[in-house]
Design a protein around this ligand. Sequence first.
Ligand code: FES
Length: 570
Amino acid sequence: MTDTRITNHPILSNEKTLQLIHFTFNGKKLMAKKGEMISSALFANNIHIFGHHVKDNSPQGMFCANGQCSQCLVLADKIPVKSCVTPVNEGMEVRSLDGLPTLLKDDVIVNKGGKIPVVDTKVLIIGGGPAGMSAAIELGKMGVNCIICDDKSELGGKLSLQTHNFFGSIRDCFAGTRGMDIGNDLTSVVKNDNNIDIWLNSPVVGVFSDGFVGIVKNGIYTFVKPERLLVSTGAREKTLAFPGCDLPGVYGAGAFQTLVNRDLIKPTDKLFIVGGGNVGLIGAYHALQAGIEVIGIVEALPECGGYKVHLDKIKRLGIRIYTSHTVLRTEGSDHLKRVIISKVDDKFQPIKGTEQLFEADTLLIAVGLTPVDELKKQADVFGFRTYAAGDADIIAEASAAMFSGRITARQMLMDMDYDVEVPPEWNDLVEILRSKPGVAQKNISWPNDKEMYPIIRCMQEIPCNPCTQACVLQSIKIKESSMKGRPQFDGDCLGCLHCVSICPGLAITLVDKNYDETKKTARLTIPWELPYGTVRLGEKITTTGLDGEIIGTGNIISIKESKWQDRRSL
Ligand code: FES
């Protein structure tokens, strides 16, 4: 693989960071984009082996790309660092870490010969993702001073990786807007609030029994004494143990999204995925958007647990799903080359004789998340006034994390005797946003007596309603009282296409029978979010049903791209 920078992406553009700098890896001169992390710069140069393990000299690369696992340690200008959270600088000398690093004296690393600054604050928020930013905004509205600190160089957390439209409701949690755009909007609100002090590149080292929190603020070790502490540190990815699970080329789905969606790096040509939850299914879709071949997804359960609309859209694009299967092992000497899977019985044990081998250079692990809540637990032990929000509290979608941040901030304000309350509907909403999807229905219906209508392939109860709010004639409705129902078309259709354009699951097609006077054909308008050039005007295509089965052929008669479609072609 030679071309590692993504230049053709339907949603993302490479414009913002074109400034190039130089660095070396093991003495070899390389180029990086200014501001990118060392691990990303290495991947962009096709280097996936960062060092070797102290115990067995096995090659080590990257797993989480989120500062959580330490697999990516390198020496940067002689200092051992996690390469996935350390920006590369002009002239930086990066070397592999083979074995254990030598620890440096404290005064070489921080506060050369100096004092440790002490900062008091009413509220310290650890983690600047959707929950932390939403909480800070709520506190800022009441004039409460707070510090929001994050170990990354930008606010946003995982929102910056989420190129897809959010589920939920437009009014309450920006549904129908792309996660990365929500992240940018929240960031500008936080930046414009004088009550909020933002500390970036500032990892928290620990919480202490005397009520201080130790933070390396941009390289300066600093003590913060907060009156209240909010931990919104998100989640880390779980892993799986199997022979070859630490080969370079095996990493978390979040790490993959970081490389592809944040840094526009194409780390692989052929990808396999373990885990059919939302993270795995969305990871597969993001890979297709980056022009990467997805060989398949294995899921140990008999059904994928992610939203059916995510599953349907990747099945339509030809990805094979192996349910009731597991990964047995990977093979390759210093990088993944093959993935071996097998069927499992009802106790999840591999069934002999069912093994299948696939050539792939990358295996993504998407088997769930676990809260990053160690700081909260330790702060509780030391008697801090602590709160948790977002995934650090309960793992759920980012829309739920935003609401959880708002609710937690209101609770904190009430504890500080501010005259506010938590509206009961907020609690109801966060419960709905956290809820599991319902059972998928089998049948789709459409009105045979109409000439123009949407077919809504939203077969499962999920918390999502932007189509009902986008319909100009209000002909799309959810009959149930909550937004967690199935939207149904009942009324007239103007053909405005707003429902097709906004549906986060890409599950709506518009049928126009007026297009052909003979009524032998119809015009179908479908949403399309794959790289430019994957469909062409005049091209003959095969059309597929929900499970990816071929149902007919069609001609591309028009490709519609307008600003209001927000980077989605129709
Ligand atoms: S800490 Fe860098 S890959 Fe996990």
